[in-house]
Design a protein around this ligand. Sequence first.
Ligand SMILES: [Ca+2]
Ligand SMILES: [Ca+2]
Length: 357
Amino acid sequence: MTVNMATPVAGVALLPLLSLGLLFVLGPLPGGGSCGCQGGSREHAGEHSKQAAHRYSREANQPLREEPTRTPPQMVLVPAGVFTMGTDEPGIPPDGEGPARRVHIDAFHMDRHEVSNAAFKQFVDSSGYKTEAEQFGDSFVFEGLLSEEVKSSIQQAVAAAPWWLPVKGANWKHPEGPDSNIFERMDHPVLHVSWNDAVAYCTWAGKRLPTEAEWEYACRGGLENRLFPWGNKLEPKGQHQANIWQGVFPTSNTAEDGYLQTSPVTEFPPNGYGLYNMVGNAWEWTADWWTVHHSPEETHNPTGPPTGTDRVKKGGSYMCHKSYCYRYRCAARSQNTPDSSASNLGFRCAADVVSED
Ligand SMILES: [Ca+2]
Ligand SMILES: [Ca+2]
């Protein structure tokens, strides 16, 4: 793998901004016909009298509609608000989880779930896009998922995390190397996508990556100062709420939650905003550069440092166990270079709220 490409985002970030408007125009109406366009132009006779009658109707004399926005398909409207970002009781202090600070967030749209293999395939089919892992020719795969044949062909490993192996031919279509495929996993999160790949996809879809603050606000689902999107207890009433690691990492995964690897993107209950798998399943890229130093001051829509070397990822993955990666919490965070890719790292997109006017 190479790291630190000189200008990682300039090219893709300027792609079709026009499609942004188009997507929202074409999107369905959440209110079900509340645009007043139902009925079409089926008849012209009596149009004047109908218009006159309409002027005095209850509908015409009601206040303006309360919902001035359209939520794109497969997204939710995350309402504006203020929340406590980070924590003063960090699970992993070196990660810069603290201090707890008040952050105001404008309303925005968020993908209901991680971008799936099926959705990413649509992007690739229509654009011809090649991911960085495909260009580099390799990507990092968790050793426990590899066939003996693939494993025996690899010498190099990461000293600090020997369970990560660079596998030739591993990419989003072949998550565990050339002898694997995604045919049975089209509704699972796409993996082996770099930050640059994620930006390219979101731009193509008329969206963008969420900021770290937006992501964490969305993760909390309207709850204040809780560890997880659903509360403080990992398994309320003995029910698994997320796809993480049960057993002993990295040697024994009992998969008590039902999944040894990734799960479908809509598995497990959604949080208070209707968002699935914000923690667990696949790590998710955010737009921000990485830093572990945060001002305790109150901010509005923070976007992170202006520059950096790594990008922030949030939420942990199916590989996270409390013993070594207690990062399946909303305040938890980690980082990778923008061209990194791995078998537990994906993303979802956000979008600005666009007024109907
Ligand atoms: Ca699991
Ligand atoms: Ca996730």
